[in-house]
Design a protein around this ligand. Sequence first.
Ligand code: ATP
Ligand code: MG
Length: 427
Amino acid sequence: MTKKNKIKAIRGMKDVLPQDSSLWLSVEAICAEILSDYNYQQIKTPILENTQLFARSIGADTDIVSKEMYTFEDRNGDSVTMRPEGTASCVRAGIEHGLFYNQQQRLWYAGPMFRHERPQKGRFREFFQIGAECFGWPGADIEAELLSLTAQIFSRLGLKNTRLELNTLGDTACRADFRSALIEYLHDYKQDLDQDSLRRLDSNPLRILDSKNSEVQQVLMGAPDIHEFLSAESNEHFLRLKSYLQQLDITFSVNPRLVRGLDYYNDTVFEWVNEDYGAQSAVCAGGRYDSMVEQLGGPPTPCFGFAMGLERLIQMLQEQGAEIVQRSEPVQVFIVSIGEQARGQALRLQQLCCAEGIRVQLYCGSGSMKNQFKRADSSGAQFVLVIGEQEAATETVGIRSLQVREEQQIIAQNDVVNAVTNRLESL
Ligand code: ATP
Ligand code: MG
């Protein structure tokens, strides 16, 4: 095949290769375990949804909806979209299955998300998120619980240099006052704003606060502060959250310009950030979105959630040399065999050992004893099991250590699982 004909992965989408996949598995397993410790239950939703779902929840004039969605017509001519995030689908599923009627829910999900962004370090077009959503609690306690859970994940993974940034957007009423004040301020600096910010100036000025353009950020230094517009309730709510976090020993800083890129948030928003990663500094982000369930046709339901980007998380762990990176488990037993009868018996021994949780690599394909032993030596296994023609005929097997010099011992095939278990236990 010529070079030109080679099919490559789509730009911005990447493979996780075996050298990295064990780390992925460990990270996913640790997250799942902690979510379960905090009593969250997993929900699985489809990758494809009706396009309307995202337009109506995320907001039609957000970057995601206006220019980043993978949207196409299916064979019936219906407009479908590959989910750009997980929250809208959780809400849709909850409404569809009646999960919000007189019930509270702690849910979590994991899976790929799709956004047609400009690919760069830490920013992809397909990326993997683990997220959680709590439905039915209006207070700061559930927010502190969820932040405690995310802190627990980072601490268990050994992630360093990650800080919590916190803000409040206030309730609908105070946000409206703040919005007018912000528009008034920004109109005086129109000449310093970029195209994106100008476009948002009258439609969605809060989102300008989220701009990653440094000149725009400069202008924002003197902008009005949302905290001066907070209602008594929003203020009280935020104070309570901060007090819980202090009790949990979770350090945070309040960033009055943190607004998040989606339309649906109110009151608390947060991001876990690592400054070494520039515009891709956020590893986990979320907030409160009390109006979404109603907006999508469900009963009024307060909600709070987060999503964590696994590519960024894993890259940070790798670059920090976190201990978990070394956690891939080597094979314990290698089986060498010569001849048809021996191969069948080798397969059977592998099956029996694996059923007991022993990690076994079988030599498959043709190969001389010498070649098979070479593989066994480089496999990193503790023991080698050897079935030659003579062992096959007598249903026995040779066993010896690959780590220390010792004579091979002949045992009955029936005793292999016991023998291997005992030897592994006495290491
Ligand atoms: P950013 O500000 O970095 O664009 P965001 O506000 O768009 O992030 P969310 O929609 O809140 O991010 O998603 C939560 C997390 O998912 C982010 O904190 C990040 O870790 C990850 N994430 C978001 N977009 C991408 C992407 N294109 N590629 C890789 N990870 C991403
Ligand atoms: Mg983004």
